[in-house]
Design a protein around this ligand. Structure first.
Ligand code: FDA
Length: 303
């Protein structure tokens, strides 16, 4: 219900334009977004690396509406890979295919991602394709399969709330592809995704254990302490080496747990979003947790 409300707000152009231009809203968004400029995200990642955490950059933006915009987003990702190399950061990049021009044609997005993958490959770096709403699941996986025939430095995201995901996990294990497993952040119909959180959590637990045991360096992307503890118990019981997988969390969420996992010897990667197009990302983070409304309200009333 909350997620539905925030999702429709995130599509309201008037509200988005107001929020993006409003200094107070921008300040509140900084809870989840590293900044609007690349340099600010570089500083955040340098600090994370200094504390033993890996990172992944996300240049915010989705559903671009012109080929020129898609090209310039891809150019920015290429420049980002150059910056990672130049600054010696322990970071890869995450991108959304709709930011690469997917709505304008599969070929537009595919060509843009190839360009990014080539540059990443030249540095021995890695590119993750984020997963968007269910309208894009099939096409994202189709593009991923095509890319995988040519590049080994690309990975994909699967969402535990979708009924189809056990099948997709099996396919990716068979391909030896790197999967990030998350719960799923979009507003999906009950015909495609579990309406009850408990069912998503149960499916996440099963798929997480399968990926850790049989997958290729999976990213266990969750802030859910119960699932993280389950993963820890599972690897201890099965005698699985801690470098066979990594935990992943979002910038600004459960930083205490991020630090603790590193201290305990686990690989931990933080997803660091930055850029001017922060509004839809921010609304998804608010929708995930009712307590975030209290956070916004307390900031709005703070001088
Ligand atoms: P859950 O929602 O059950 O939260 C568990 C606990 O985490 C909460 O009790 C709270 O303490 C904390 N928490 C979670 N969200 C919070 C928030 N917004 N604010 C404050 N505290 C919060 N989704 C997607 O559809 N496609 C994608 O490509 C990605 N990519 C991605 C990368 C990474 C690294 C992560 C961690 C997550 C994603 N996601 C995603 C988002 C994911 O699908 C999911 O919406 C969020 O991670 C929240 O779910 P949790 O697993 O944390 O569990």
């Amino acid at each position: 219900m909350l997620r539905q409300g925030f999702n429709s707000l995130s599509q309201n152009k008037g509200l988005r334009d107001f929020a993006v231009g409003n200094p107070l809203a921008r300040r509140v968004a900084r809870r989840f977004v590293a900044g609007e400029e690349q340099g600010e995200a570089v500083d955040v990642i340098r600090d994370l690396n200094g504390r033993g955490l890996f990172a992944t950059f996300d240049l915010l933006g989705e559903n671009v509406s012109t080929v020129a915009e898609a090209h310039s987003t891809a150019d920015a990702y290429v420049a980002l890979l150059d910056a990672i190399q130049a600054h010696g950061l322990k970071s890869n990049v995450s991108l959304k295919l709709t930011a690469m021009g997917l709505d304008l044609g599969e070929g537009v997005a595919y060509d843009n991602v190839c360009r990014i993958l080539e540059r990443a490959q030249s540095y021995g770096n890695f590119v993750r394709l984020d997963m968007e709403g269910s309208d894009y699941t099939d096409v994202t996986l189709a593009i991923f399969r095509r890319l995988w025939q040519q590049y080994q430095n690309v990975g994909v995201v699967l969402q535990a709330y979708l009924y189809r995901t056990p099948h997709d996990v099996d396919e990716m294990i068979g391909l030896k592809a790197r999967v990030r497993l998350c719960k799923g952040a979009y507003n999906e119909p009950p015909s495609l995704a579990f309406p009850a959180k408990a069912d998503t959590d149960m499916q996440y637990a099963k798929l997480m254990c399968k990926l850790i045991e049989r997958g290729t360096y999976p990213g266990i992307a969750t802030h859910d302490a119960r699932l993280i503890n389950l993963a820890k118990r599972f690897v201890a019981k099965q005698g699985i080496a801690l470098n066979r997988f990594e935990f992943q969390m979002l910038y600004g969420i459960r930083t205490d747990l991020q630090t603790q996992l590193v201290a305990d010897g686990y690989n931990m990667r933080v997803y660091v979003p930055y850029g001017a197009q922060w509004y839809p990302y921010f609304m998804r983070r608010l929708a995930e947790r009712p307590a975030n409304l209290v956070f916004i309200l307390s900031n709005l009333f703070r001088r």
